[in-house]
Design a protein around this ligand. Sequence first.
Ligand code: SAM
Ligand code: SF4
Length: 335
Amino acid sequence: MDQLKSPLIDSFDRHHNYLRISLTERCNLRCSYCMPVDGVQLSPAEHLMNASEIFSIAKTFVKFGVTKIRLTGGEPLVRKDFQRILELLSTLDVELSLTSNAVSIDRHFQQLKKARVKTINISLDTLNAERFHDITFRNYFNRVYQNIFKLIEEGFIVKINAVLMRGVNEDEILDFIAFTKDQPVAFRFIEFMPFDGNQWKREKTVSYQEIMEKVQSAYSTDQIIRLQDAPNDTSKNYAIKGHKGTFAIISTVTNPFCDQCNRIRLTANGKLKNCLFSQKENDLLTALRNKEDLEPIIRQNINKKFEIRSGMRSPELFEDLKHHQQNRSMITIGG
Ligand code: SAM
Ligand code: SF4
């Protein structure tokens, strides 16, 4: 085994041990909060990391103490060499996980198990088939819904991510919570966040406080249990007494949790981002192809990480769309 090097610690003493790798800029859905209406300019194929380049960069991060790798996208499962990537990464000493829209996940159960993937995050923003089409512009509700049950049956730990948007799906908060009564899933409400081209407005974001008020309107204080959050957890976790599942809120807009951040992101075209909202990126793929040492590039990237949301400390700064127009669309970052 390669010798471990000193960990990736930034100037705010945050240890970065969690790498999220976007495998593709493509997707089989068109979620309005993620994919701009006119689509995105896709990188030419030769500018994307191939399977062995992904492995090589991931291996470098493991040497710097990364213990967890999440595969995301775009939709990671649309990559034709997904199985190969999974096989390669499963040889590393890391916890591997996946974020997917679940449209085609039932074709991958065996390879996911073989790679020791235990926890899978699935996006589902509504329990209504027609509304699913309105949000994603595709008719895959039944597939996704059934695949969630199949994942549970197959023994995976399932987390469901729902981006709440006012006037779109905030009326389903209690339905999502009711879903956790008999299903052992963690339903995670994500505050709608601004990215290039997603037509974000502050008024469309349903806040942590509003979500909790809705829950409190239906359940008494002694039925709502505040759970212990895991270290570096981005979500505040709860359960309703007697429910098999739990629910959580990810409140990047109204209550950022940057002080605990342990994440680094690698885009499908090999750029390193130290924050979801960072406008500056470092090109690891070109450096790898030029046989340069990646360590100084990675350390410089981590050192330059801002304390909060890439420097957007105040709500005013965060809500100023010009900052987000200088960032990417979410589909090309990998959430
Ligand atoms: N295609 C996969 C999926 O949908 O799960 C993985 C990629 S997707 C970009 C990763 C996560 O980002 C999803 O849970 C999605 O809901 C979330 N996401 C995308 N755009 C968002 C936004 N504007 N605000 C909050 N979450 C967002
Ligand atoms: Fe595709 Fe996921 Fe973005 Fe939806 S959220 S468009 S499924 S990448």
